[in-house]
Design a protein around this ligand. Structure first.
Ligand SMILES: Cc1cc2nc3c(=O)[nH]c(=O)nc-3n(C[C@H](O)[C@H](O)[C@H](O)COP(=O)(O)OP(=O)(O)OC[C@H]3O[C@@H](n4cnc5c(N)ncnc54)[C@H](O)[C@@H]3O)c2cc1C
Length: 310
């Protein structure tokens, strides 16, 4: 362990005790199921935990990050050399106020869609089968079926780790774009409020059923994956370009381009993050060679890689 890790661990342990873990495996925290350990891991139960993690990072210079459901991250085989935070049960809640639903950052997005259904609120059906937390969905501007978080979000409460403070960010200031936001890297979405509209329960349920059924039909849900690996280029679909270029079925080590959905990479037991990155590059090169379009990864890389998608 480096000196910085030891010092950060001491700062954290003084407040969080045995909940602080070192050398904590991250692969099980991600849907791709690959990657090495976090130097330090803490399941944060409160804003006070976030504050001390921010202080530990600031005092030691260690990087700090938050992981949600891990459904859009690729963790390096060497792991993450700093502090990894995950929001615990205290951040898993939802509350209704008229047409608004607020939820904690750890609330699963499908569960929030379920709350909306129970209250006859329409507008967040698209989230019913996206395996995100509310925090990760806001950070990524998650979306599907022509809708996205930016359209329904009113504001997010964001904990700024390096400042030790919460700030309320209205949607217009979150810098949303396609599958991205401009929230600072060291900020944690601790809660979010969406504005929905009244809807007929049967119609909301039908849209959700259709969304789930579409995924079962089109996505390799039985194998570890991280959803769409590449962003769709303007006016086109990454999956179409990958198929057309003949890269469907490409495989390197334990990582393969899914036969079911060409924009998904699936991993087999024993796969390494390096396999996934090498495959991403191979697909990028192949598609660019044939179409001139360089696909841009949607998946977030965590930790250090010898080779990165270019
Ligand atoms: C089967 C499958 C289907 C998918 N389908 C879709 C889809 O239809 N549409 C879509 O948009 N995405 C889809 N995804 C990708 C993924 O679910 C989304 O990107 C989602 O928003 C990631 O949320 P998460 O909580 O898992 O975040 P993570 O993957 O854990 O993290 C993603 C990024 O968000 C950051 N982050 C996580 N939590 C917080 C927080 N509380 N505060 C601040 N930053 C945070 C992380 O640091 C990281 O940079 C799919 C993934 C899978 C596996």
């Amino acid at each position: 362990m480096t000196d910085a890790v030891l010092r950060a661990e001491a700062v954290l342990r003084a407040v969080c005790g045995d909940r602080v873990r070192t050398g904590f495996p991250m692969a099980p925290l991600t849907t791709l199921r690959v990657g090495g350990p976090a130097a330090i891991y803490l399941e944060a139960g409160s804003d006070a935990d976030l504050a001390v993690a921010g202080r530990a990072a600031k005092e030691t210079g260690l990087p700090v990050m938050v992981v949600g459901k891990g459904s859009n991250v690729l963790v390096s085989d060497a792991g993450f050399p700093g502090i990894v935070l995950r929001l615990g049960r205290g951040f898993r809640w939802a509350a209704r106020d008229g047409d608004r639903l607020s939820a904690g950052g750890a609330m699963p997005l499908p569960a929030l869609s379920g709350v909306a259904l129970r209250h006859g609120l329409a507008g967040i059906e698209f989230g019913v089968a996206i395996p995100a937390t509310v925090g990760g969905a806001v950070r990524m501007n998650a979306g599907a079926h022509g809708s996205e978080m930016a359209e329904v979000l009113e504001r997010a409460e964001v904990f700024l780790l390096h400042e030790g403070q919460i700030r309320s960010v209205v949607a217009a200031d979150a810098g949303f774009s396609y599958r991205a936001s401009a929230l600072p890297g060291s900020s944690v979405v601790v809660s979010a409020t969406v504005v929905l509209g009244p809807g007929r329960t049967e119609e909301i349920r039908a849209r959700m059923d259709e969304a789930r059924e579409w995924r079962r039909r089109t996505q390799p849900l039985a194998e570890p994956n991280c959803g769409s690996v590449f962003k769709n280029p303007p006016g086109d679909h990454a999956a179409r370009l990958i198929e057309e270029s003949g890269a469907k079925g490409f495989s390197i080590g334990g990582a393969s381009v899914s036969e079911k959905h060409a924009n998904f990479v699936v991993t087999a037991p024993g796969a390494r993050a390096a396999d996934v990155v090498a495959l991403i590059r191979a697909v990028q090169d192949r598609v660019e060679g044939l179409t001139g379009i360089r696909l841009e990864p949607e998946v977030h890389l965590v930790g250090e890689f010898d080779v990165v998608p270019g």
